[in-house]
Design a protein around this ligand. Structure first.
Ligand SMILES: NC(=O)c1ccc[n+]([C@@H]2O[C@H](COP(=O)([O-])OP(=O)(O)OC[C@H]3O[C@@H](n4cnc5c(N)ncnc54)[C@H](O)[C@@H]3O)[C@@H](O)[C@H]2O)c1
Length: 340
């Protein structure tokens, strides 16, 4: 991850010095960085220039000399990060921002032995960091707003987008991601659905909508808050699982009659009428789904197990199962299916 981050910083004009305790990591840096730089620049000569500008320094004290930002990207071991932060705190002037790319530790854990805690910030990239543009800016109680703001300006200078979050387990992206994954792990454990079924369900319904609009705007666009609340209440009643319990913010919107695009306001306010919003919503979604179907991302990845059945094959299977004399074959939905 350090290689990607260093290349990204160099690409955006920063003077970068890379330090690693393993000399061979520094020696192999160029080979690993070139494909990343090529992907960012789209031009071999430019990519070489980006990589060539990066300096390597095995001595930490010399590496951090004159830095405005020291970004720690060592492995996810708390004691290693704590020791490094303690050292950096002593090596760097008070106005040098010391950032961590930790995926899971809290800043307050990492900075236990740091005296000047105000300059400690989480700058957390999502893999592949040179392509995924969102960056989490994690702040602790001791991080002042101006340091977070500085982080936002820095991230913008990389043509990335910052999302600020107070330090909590999972921060923002992993908290959302693992809320979904933990339900999926449970479905797998209980054998309730196939892996292809789970992936298809997310890929063909939730995923494209989330990619276009994010979860809150999607909810505004596709469902009334009253229905959303009824569903969460029902899930909670059936499972007793606290994770499904409807939260205050949702109940408040329902109480205030802010049901989403339908009423002109939900999580967001809408400047156009419901019909117009829905027409635009459907146009965008149809375009993306058509592109996704034509692109066949799953097929191109080349996994060994078969991809989910295509709609035509599914129709064939339905006909085969019901049999030619089945009453159901006379139903409208089945009549549309054609045998190949
Ligand atoms: N790999 C990912 O996809 C990813 C994604 C997001 C965040 N992260 C986070 O980024 C960090 C690094 O992850 P990674 O997968 O690149 O780890 P890694 O183990 O591949 O690389 C860590 C590097 O740090 C070096 N190192 C160890 N101690 C050091 C020290 N004291 N001083 C200087 N260098 C030292 C190691 O030699 C190694 O080259 C972790 O905190 C991880 O959680 C990783």
């Amino acid at each position: 991850m350090g290689c990607v981050i260093a290349t990204l910083y160099s690409r955006h004009g920063y003077d970068v010095v890379v330090n690693d305790v393993q000399t061979e990591m520094l020696q192999q840096f160029g080979t690993r960085a070139m494909p990343i730089a090529s992907a960012i620049t789209g031009d071999e000569a430019h990519a070489k220039n980006v990589v060539d500008r990066i300096r390597f320094e095995g001595d930490l004290e010399r590496a951090v000399e004159g830095a405005i930002l020291v970004h720690e990207v060592v492995q996810e071991v708390l004691s290693v990060k704590q020791a490094l932060f303690h050292r950096l705190d002593r090596l760097c002037r008070e106005n040098v921002v010391i950032a961590t790319n930790t995926s899971s530790f809290l800043l307050s854990q990492i900075a236990t032995d740091v005296t000047h805690k105000r300059r400690v910030l989480g700058i957390h990239y999502v893999t592949p960091a040179h392509i995924v543009r969102v960056v989490e800016l994690i702040h602790a109680e001791f991080t002042p707003p101006e340091v977070v703001e500085w982080g936002g300006t820095f991230v913008s200078s990389l043509d990335h987008v910052d999302v600020a979050i107070a330090e909590r387990p999972g921060f923002l992206v992993n908290r959302i991601q693992f809320a979904m994954l933990s339900e999926i792990y449970r479905l797998m454990d209980e054998g309730l659905a196939s892996r292809e079924g789970i992936d298809a369900a997310v890929r063909l319904s939730l995923g494209p909508r989330l990619a276009l609009w994010g979860p809150l705007l999607t909810e505004d666009l596709v469902v009334s808050k009253r229905t959303a609340l009824a569903v969460t209440d029902s899930l909670y009643d059936q499972t007793g699982d606290e994770n499904f319990k409807a939260r205050k913010a949702l109940r408040q919107l329902v109480d205030q009659g802010h049901l989403g695009a339908l009423t002109g306001k939900g999580w967001y306010e809408f400047g156009r009428g419901h019909e117009e919003v829905v027409t635009e919503r459907d146009r965008q979604l149809a375009e993306l789904l058509t592109w996704l179907r034509d692109y066949d991302a799953v097929g191109r990845i080349g996994v060994r197990s078969p991809a989910p059945s295509s709609p035509n094959r599914a129709c064939d299977q339905v006909e085969g199962y019901l049999g030619p004399r089945s009453e159901f074959r006379r139903g409208i939905a089945i009549k549309r299916c054609r045998r190949r």
